[in-house]
Ligand binder design. Structure first.
Ligand code: ZN
Length: 520
């Protein structure tokens, strides 16, 4: 019923906005539109190659197994930090955070003092998105629920913005705004969905409900829309792994046999559901259509929370000179000014890195930090200054969380607290599947998240911005198509001026991030 309702309205919307945003570019020779295949991107937030491998081997993910046989599959390395906000922004721009300026949901890192939080939105993106570039070349995009895309951009095509939403009492922002008339009453985003103990049933029902509605809306836009790029993102994979990991992992400090009896197969359920959704898009492909199935990061267990502020207090003797992150406490910004600021900066950075290097779990004697990075080694571009100065990745199972300093200066909470209840967390390696007539069969091809946008643009015959960091994984294409996927750079750098949003919006965003456990 939902689909029929939307259909009636969409014809009108598409008729009103046949080519909004289009600029003529006489200087670019491009293939006629009918000779170019379309690109379909299906994103599953947090889809992990480790779990995909396991369940494909067990015969539980038939559509993914088919792509592994008939297309390419590999790891997709995300950016640092592996936060959904920075990762999705890099996916849609093709550049590292130093060029787009988004390092997390929070715009400013927190010093542990009470002050109003300021959040990133789509208006803080400092680099053109794939749909911005496509619009300039007269190509149409249909974009559904990509995280950190609210408010929606006025693109040549259709957009349903993704979490967190910048407008009160509205599930999403739409482009064109007329879409709201047809979609406004449907709840299909992971909005205020958390999973405290005892709420598991409610949580899972809402995962099922929201993802089902999103698929329905997505397929309708897919079938009815006129587009060159269709990009949809499902987030139930991320949410389910965050909350349900402990029920399938016997090693987990919060593992409970009785609860596992009931919920131990729920992460598997999410992967099977993702696989079934994928099948819906696979059967719709035609001609030269190229399908990319990707995630913004992987997933793994979360056993121990590290109190970042207590760690800083022990390591530096204070927590005032270093700003911590939003949810992640593993990115550090050194905040010094005045006389000898440079000297102070160097000394704090040195001590912080030494402290991280030496950090061991007293129970096991094993190192806790897997890798440590300084900003000049991982970021490049005009927004490097906005990012953290030092960043680390914890060994699997540990997570820095920027809690308050406590008198006992304890470093660990064994097992995440049950009310916060995150028992799984992000890993740097996500997944990328490629499928279609143009894609070589049975090849293992690894890529980076910044390669997604240049691959889309190049396949569509559109030059990429000159400052693009990513490239096209040409090894994924057949000999016949290899010549078609040579990346061409335009003269446009790709930078765009972030306009920001008015302060009245922050509270609304904060409420949503708090509700899903992303900030304290
Ligand atoms: Zn994510």
């Amino acid at each position: 019923m939902l689909r029929r309702f939307i259909l009636l309205g969409l014809a009108a919307v598409f008729a009103v906005f046949p080519g909004c945003g289009e600029k003529e570019r006489g200087d670019v020779v491009k293939r006629p539109r009918e000779q170019v295949g379309r690109v379909v991107v299906v994103g599953f937030d947090g889809l992990s190659p480790v779990m995909v491998d396991k369940w494909v081997k067990e015969g539980k993910l038939p559509n993914m197994a088919r792509i592994i046989r008939e297309g390419t599959y590999g790891e997709c390395m995300t950016v640092l930090p592996p936060s959904s906000a920075s990762a999705w922004t890099s996916a849609v721009t093709g550049v590292n955070p130093g060029k787009h300026g988004i390092y997390g949901f929070l715009k400013e890192l927190d010093k542990g003092k009470k002050r109003p939080a300021v959040f990133n939105t789509s208006r803080d993106r400092g680099f053109k998105s794939v749909w911005d570039v496509m619009s300039e070349y007269g190509r149409r995009a249909c974009v559904v629920n990509i995280p950190l895309s609210s408010p929606a951009d006025s693109l040549n095509g259709v957009m349903i913005a993704g979490f967190p939403h910048t407008s009160e009492d509205q599930i999403a922002h739409y482009w064109p705004p007329e879409l709201e008339k047809y979609l406004g009453s449907y709840k299909y985003d992971a909005f205020r969905v958390t999973c405290a103990k005892g709420q598991e049933e409610k949580f899972l029902r809402s995962m099922e409900d929201i993802s089902g509605r999103r698929l329905d809306v997505g397929l309708t836009l897919y079938d009815e829309g006129d587009w060159d790029l269709f990009w949809i993102v499902f987030t139930f994979t991320d949410r389910t792994q965050h909350y349900m990991w402990k029920y399938m992992d016997e090693e987990h400090p919060l593992y409970d046999p009785a609860m596992s009896e009931a919920y131990g197969d729920r992460v598997e359920w999410a992967y099977k559901r993702a696989d079934a959704f994928l099948g819906e898009f696979m059967k719709r492909l035609e001609g030269d259509d190229l399908l990319l199935v990707m995630s913004d990061h992987g997933f793994g267990p979360l056993y121990y929370i590290i109190n970042t502020r207590n760690f800083l207090q022990r390591t530096l003797g204070n927590t005032e000179d270093v700003l911590c992150a939003d949810f992640f406490g593993s990115k550090f910004k050194i905040d010094v000014s005045g006389r000898n600021a440079e000297e102070k900066y160097d000394s704090i950075r040195k001590r912080l890195i030494e402290g991280l290097e030496a950090f061991e779990d007293p129970e096991t004697g094993l190192k806790i930090i897997d890798s440590i990075y300084v900003k000049e080694d991982i970021y490049e571009g005009p927004y490097v200054g906005k990012g953290p100065d030092v960043l680390c990745l914890e060994k699997p199972g540990y997570l820095f969380f920027s809690l308050q300093v406590t008198p006992d200066l304890r470093l660990f909470d064994r097992g995440p607290s049950p009310d916060r209840a995150f028992s799984g967390f992000h890993r740097r390696m996500g997944t990328l599947f490629m499928y279609g007539k143009a894609v070589a069969a049975g090849r293992r091809v690894d890529a980076r998240i910044i390669d997604i946008t240049p691959t889309i643009l190049t396949y569509l015959g559109v030059p990429v911005p000159a400052e693009m960091d990513g490239s096209v994984p040409r090894a994924a294409f057949t000999e016949e198509y290899k010549d078609r996927v040579i990346l061409v750079k335009s003269e446009d750098s790709g930078y765009k001026k972030p306009t920001g949003l008015g302060s009245q919006d922050w509270q609304k965003i904060e409420k949503q991030l708090r509700a899903v456990g992303y900030i304290q």
